[in-house]
Write a new protein. Structure first.
Ligand SMILES: Cc1cc2nc3c(=O)[nH]c(=O)nc-3n(C[C@H](O)[C@H](O)[C@H](O)COP(=O)(O)O)c2cc1C
Length: 381
């Protein structure tokens, strides 16, 4: 019988995570070294460093400059009295932590084990990648520990259908997942919204910052995505998304003005994100802009964030600064490669455990207790 990951002790979760990284490492190469602590900055880290990944490194570094305020003199706080649960557009979650969408496993990991039998590699790329199996690992692995998985969309190749593959995985999990559509031209975007609706997805996201992906350093060259649109106005976005009754989330917001425009566009949520530093070099870290964005929109819209979050304590920091939840990208890709759905569950449960422990050590019995005075921002920030 499969073990219930949510009942595992922390030491065991850590040991399993190390084993999963070891398993994934040879298959992540040459783009990723599957470091247990992914900081974007190790030499030859091909995902975001090189000469154009400084925003990705900054995401991680700025989070290290925030510290937690330990206080264990309070009433309550037995293990099961710590409640990190929350609501995500009507779906209950054990903690406000998601995976971040990363598409086309064969493109990002040329040596992935997610391959379709009998299909050859084309142009040196793993066009034979099995993006359905990869998406299923993300969606099921998250759902199994009470989280919600996000899947992505990317440039078109006649042999891969990762958007549809992701939707299939979501549909099979009764809609418990968020498809993230690229900002295509209006007609294509509308069609993809309809597909997401048909799959019963709990919410629909759009990574509007993908218009900058020409600078994706993972490819080491300028590589535009054919069919992608120019930036869209708030009015355009409102019209396009008016065809769905699903809540929709704009991913890639980095300014208070952008967040206000997302509200005008009718979005139910935003993700403060710089795409792991891939789309615009020399942008601020996401955690640096979080508070000003939250001040600008208040409670009008849900505010999620990603970029460099690696532990439950990091999630705690963002919650104390006003975020409603955190997405984690590259480590969850490593988790899927090294352990499929089980690997994703282990990683997500480790984060949830760390968040709950941070709450216990700071006197927070529920998420609403995680207030600004529970963290210190150090002088260097
Ligand atoms: C290799 C790679 C591919 C990505 N692909 C997508 C994508 O297809 N859609 C999307 O919305 N974001 C994409 N992202 C951005 C992630 O969703 C997320 O914003 C970022 O990875 C979070 O930072 P982290 O990896 O430091 O946790 C990608 C990031 C990486 C590193």
């Amino acid at each position: 019988m499969e073990r219930d990951v949510t009942k595992m002790m922390y030491m065991e979760l850590r040991q399993e995570w190390k084993r999963i990284c070891d398993e994934a490492r040879p298959r992540m190469a040459p783009k990723c070294k599957a470091c247990a602590e992914c900081d974007s900055a190790r030499p030859k880290c091909n995902f975001v460093s090189s000469d154009r990944g400084r925003s990705g490194i900054r995401n991680y570094e700025k989070l290290q400059q925030i510290k937690l305020a330990c206080d264990t003199i309070y009433e309550g706080g037995n293990g099961d009295e710590i409640d990190s649960s929350c609501d995500f557009f009507g779906e209950k979650m054990r903690a406000p932590v998601f995976n971040a969408p990363i598409a086309w496993v064969g493109n990002n990991l040329p040596n992935t084990h997610f391959v379709k039998p009998g299909v050859e590699r084309v142009d040196g790329k793993a066009t034979n990648s099995d993006d359905y199996a990869y998406s299923k690992a993300l969606i099921d692995g998250c759902a199994d520990v009470g989280s919600i998985g996000w899947v992505a969309d990317s440039k078109h190749h006649p042999l891969v259908h990762f958007y549809e593959d992701g939707l299939r995985a979501i549909k099979e999990r009764n809609g418990r997942g968020v498809p993230t559509i690229k900002s295509w031209d209006d007609e294509k975007l509308s069609n993809k919204i309809k597909q997401a609706e048909e799959a019963g997805a709990v919410a629909i996201a759009c990574d509007i910052d993908c218009v900058g992906l020409g600078y994706m350093s993972i490819n080491g060259k300028y590589d535009t995505l054919p069919g992608l649109s120019n930036p869209k106005s708030a009015k355009q976005l409102r019209e396009i998304f008016s065809i769905t009754s699903k809540p929709y989330i704009l991913k890639g917001i980095m300014t208070p003005q952008g967040a206000v425009k997302a509200c005008e566009a009718g979005a139910a949520g935003i993700v403060v994100s710089n795409h792991a530093g891939n789309n615009l070099d020399q942008s601020l870290a996401t955690i640096e802009v979080l508070e000003s964005i939250k001040r600008a929109v208040g409670n009008d819209i849900k505010v999620y964030i990603d970029g460099g979050f690696r532990h439950g304590e990091d999630v705690f920091k963002a919650l104390a600064m006003g975020a409603d939840g955190v997405l984690i990208g590259r480590p969850v890709m490593i988790a899927a490669e090294g352990g499929e759905a089980y690997g994703v569950s282990i990683y997500m449960q480790k984060i949830i455990w760390e968040l709950q422990n941070a709450m216990r050590m700071t006197g927070c019995l529920s998420l609403k207790d995680i207030t600004r005075d529970k963290i210190y921002i150090t002088k260097e920030f």
